[in-house]
Design a protein around this ligand. Sequence first.
Ligand SMILES: [Zn+2]
Length: 318
Amino acid sequence: MIKTISYETIHEGHSLCVMGAVHGNEKCGTIAINKIIQELENGDIKLKKGSLHLMPIANPKAYQENVRFIERNLNRHLYKKVIKKDYEDYLDPIICDFIDKGDFLLDLHSYASQTDTKEEAFIFISGNDKKEIDYAQNIGVKNFIYGWQQAFNNAENNEGNEKDNRESQGTTEYARLQNITAVTLECGQHLSLTAPHKAYEAIVKSLIYFDMLDESSSVYAQFSYENLIQNNIHSQNENNVLCIHMQNVFYKENEGDKLSKPWKHFEAVAKNQILAYRYDGLEIKAKENGYILLPKLNADNGGEWFYFGIQDSFESIQ
Ligand SMILES: [Zn+2]
């Protein structure tokens, strides 16, 4: 059973969809969405136009078991399937129909916990849509990663077979195919205490950005003022913004594959630096100066291991 709640106003405006727990062990979005529902119910927050569609838990069974997914990563191969095999295959049509309701999608996630990683929220964008970049820059985050889908499609799978183009198709990629503007916000580490706040802030700032939040709402003044200041800082100091173009996805292929060190997310690496070793000693090197993204110190065999990206700027992708 999946719960969705829609709030429709009588005034025309944007239609925003917000999802949490597409991965069952990522609870920050659920906490934030439930807080928004509570505040809409008790009148602390009022919508003035448009409609807001909320799905606090996209993968209920995985959420209950506190795991990423049950049988299939819901954020890969996301489309309605004729033949359903895995548990998540049965969720696809519900998720797709939900996303179809919006003209914008905010998908709230968190990432694997590494105790020594500096907490940083970041946003995945496609990088080729001006509307999307503008939205992403207005929800309180200063780190951006784009090129996810291309990096995936360039990767060879373990058997060297031609890759299924739809592997990289998750919520936002599905949405973009329907001409819906979509971003994935990674709010921090799974167990971060600040991640639910980041998720909540992003929802409120989205409502302000789309002019959907009534000025009488208690949070309106706080966040619209914050946005003004942040935008001001952004325009004064573009260096504050880290914009990474994802280049490669690396898969762990063998139990003996080892990272060359316990990398941190967003850790800078130099050209030719050794990133990891295959079980047979083969070195995986950085092909240019760049950044390690989302390293999984305990990746499963055959699973996504880490990503590599280079710094870019918004000017070059608009
Ligand atoms: Zn996730």
